[in-house]
Design a binder for this molecule. Structure first.
Ligand SMILES: Cc1ncc(COP(=O)(O)O)c(C=O)c1O
Length: 372
């Protein structure tokens, strides 16, 4: 098939950076894999059992488009208590990516602007570009706090959405209550909708991760089950909103009807079991991994200590991020160049979602690169 037969939107997506890294990685023998975006533990046993039972009990057909009624109700009740909202709306989607895609489809017209703190999660840029939206990046280097003044300056009459991702992929930053309240006030002042991607919400190491949604009713709140319960392949996420945003969720449900149809039915049943599953011991392990990786790198590299997720976003010493990543891969350490997540090419992302022994082996190799 000729490239010119493809739809224009395919030319607005760029996956070349990631492809290049994985091509290099394919040649490695037993690399330290610091590129993984999911936890290294397995799905907790009671949740696996709930999925098996759901399949055996015949929950294998389509669910309702917006999701299993019991799961939606359970989430609505717990979010209502957490956020102080009465009967929040909830729809279940195929992963948080599903919620992102449906939200963007429901909200973004060609030419609409979306303000995104940079560095950012890759999907935002690619899907918004694909839809003809305009990403307005606001730089959050070097400490990766929420760049409030830059967000304020970036607001225009075309601003449709501001995206906030806390804990953040790739920086691991957890925004403070003050930062979140300020961005909420800013959005309220301009009547702009906020999208809060809180997929790593449970991986918050220095106190609970505050939710942006508690400060502003016009927030689309995105959370998921994949990261917290190590079920990324089960594709379970959800979008929740105050009843004042019900029309948006209704449109997202309509689009779901003609695209994804529904999230996987047996895993929606298993997600009900996940809600009451305590993963605090696993999160404590991840706090120790964060401390270990940070302590092994901080004297050789410039890096902010992140409060959550399972990533460090580290400045490459005296060269482009891409160049450092190539050198690291040649040493058998797989890390990702920062430009995949940013308009800059100065950093690299390290995922410490692996064993302590691998963290030590990989960090030693990275440290040795600084001596050359
Ligand atoms: C910030 C962020 N949002 C959304 C997603 C997508 O998650 P899911 O696997 O639930 O689609 C990811 C996955 O890495 C992520 O890092």
């Amino acid at each position: 098939m000729c490239r010119d037969q493809l739809a224009d939107r395919t030319h607005r997506i760029d996956a070349s950076g990631i492809r290049r890294v994985f091509a290099l990685a394919a040649e490695l023998d037993n690399p330290v894999n610091f590129s993984i975006g999911q936890p290294d533990f397995d799905v907790p046993a009671p949740i696996k059992q709930a999925a098996i039972e759901a399949i055996e009990q015949g929950h294998n057909r389509y669910s309702q488009t917006a999701g299993d009624a019991l799961l939606r109700e359970a989430l609505s009740t717990s979010l209502g208590a957490e956020l102080g909202w009465k009967d929040p709306e909830v729809m279940i989607t195929s992963g948080v990516s599903g919620s992102l895609f449906l939200a963007f489809l429901a909200l973004i017209n060609p030419g609409d602007e979306v303000i995104i703190p940079d560095p950012y999660f890759v999907i935002y840029k690619q899907v918004i570009n694909m839809l003809g939206g305009v990403c307005v990046f606001v730089d959050s280097y070097p400490d990766f706090g929420l760049p409030l003044e830059k967000i304020s300056n970036a607001i225009s009459s075309r601003t449709k959405l501001i995206i906030v991702n806390s804990p953040c992929n790739p920086t691991g930053a957890v925004y403070s209550k003050e930062e979140l309240r300020s961005v909420a006030d800013l959005a309220r002042g301009h009547d702009i909708i906020l999208l809060s991607d809180e997929i790593y919400e449970q991986f918050s190491y220095d106190g609970a991760c505050p939710s942006l949604a508690q400060y502003y009713e016009k927030t689309l709140l995105l959370r998921g089950f994949g990261k917290a319960y190590a079920m990324t392949g089960w594709r379970m996420g959800y979008c929740a909103a105050h009843p004042c945003l019900k029309p948006i969720l209704e449109e997202m449900t309509k689009i779901q009807q003609y695209t994804f149809v529904c999230a996987p039915t047996p895993f929606q049943k298993a997600a009900i079991a996940a809600i009451s599953c305590d993963i605090s011991a696993l999160v404590a392990q991840y706090r120790r991994k964060r401390d270990l990786a940070h302590s092994l790198l901080r004297d050789r590299f410039e890096l902010a200590k992140p409060g959550g997720a399972f990533y460090l976003f580290v400045k490459a010493p005296d060269e482009l991020g891409t160049q450092f990543v190539e050198k690291a891969i040649a040493k058998n350490v797989l890390i990702l160049p920062g430009h995949i997540f940013s308009e800059r090419d100065t950093h690299f992302r390290l995922s410490y979602a692996t064993t302590d022994a691998e963290i030590e082996r990989g960090c030693d190799l990275l440290r040795s690169l600084c001596l050359q």
